[in-house]
Design a protein around this ligand. Structure first.
Ligand SMILES: [Zn+2]
Length: 45
């Protein structure tokens, strides 16, 4: 079961919600990302 986060407002969205409507129920954004995916921190010097 995948969970997504809205790129715009940061709210969590269940994949079930996206099956009904592929947009954020909070802000109608259509851009999402998977928070489970670890973001690599790159050190810029
Ligand atoms: Zn949103």
């Amino acid at each position: 079961m995948a969970e997504y986060k809205c790129f715009k407002c940061g709210n969590e969205i269940k994949s079930e919600d996206l099956k009904k409507r592929f947009k954020c129920p909070h802000c109608d954004s259509k851009i999402f990302f998977k928070p489970r995916r670890k973001v690599k921190v790159v050190k810029a010097e």
